[in-house]
Design a protein around this ligand. Sequence first.
Ligand code: CP
Length: 316
Amino acid sequence: MNYISINDIDNLSEWVNEAIDLKKDPYQYQGLGKNKTIGMLFFNNSLRTRLSTQKAAMNLGMETIVMNFGSEGWALEFEDGVVMDQGKSEHIKEAAQVISQFCDVIAIRAFASLKDKEKDLAEEVLTAFVKYASVPIVNMESSVAHPLQALADAITLEEFKGVQKPKVVLSWAPHPKALPHAVANSFIEMMQKQDVDFVITHPKGYELNPEVVKDAIVEYEQDKAFANADFIYTKNWSAFNDYGKVISQNRNWTITKDKMAKTNNAKFMHCLPVRRNVVVADEVLDSENSLVIEQANNRTYAAQIVLKKILSSQKS
Ligand code: CP
């Protein structure tokens, strides 16, 4: 099995509960990964994904190989049938098969370019590894999805929800750089599978991919969206229609104590890294309602349940 999107989760509540159980005793399946190796390939930077996925693999008894492919690997060619007389040194066909000789699972981080919408939506890097590798592939954030983050978020929501059906708000917030849509996409997809009142709020022009948003409620007035919210999940993203552009850095959308006061004493969530006092004010991030460290901690158990499922499927 692969873990490419949250649609690869066959039973969400079971996975979330199993992850919470793993958290209580992380070493209970140490034998499962014996003599198994995960190769983690990074085409982009990381702190949480890199360390938590390694930690998860180690908890399961796996060996880990980490490669900063973007800076240390040969430049890869993804097109079929090209004459490789330019800058690309190695074709994905050989690279993926060769890595499969050394690794039992391959995990990949390859962000959106935010320049070529069609290529980004096609998930060129991830799709090519799925096609040519002979071992399971785990998505550590691709052009359009961050399913490990979304699973960690689902675990965190389950742990901290005070009511059966909480109101969850995904709020855009300003950022000086153009950021991808992956975290927001996967969070939306995850909320669509949960028993929650879900609202997305962002300034006009920041509409996300309609194929992801589907019939989710979009409220353009942040204050209105925040009313009675139990969770505020904040994330910046660049425009999807005017692809990859920063069309507004409106600081009125920064999450402040005054904004949080409009909610039902909501918990604050963000995947991190976060720019303090741009995306969110210190007073919110440092408050007891902030769950960002718990979310980061749950990245280990999200990755661990994914790897456990993959290793178990390899055994059967
Ligand atoms: N949230 C997240 O994926 O963090 P990193 O980019 O540091 O891995």
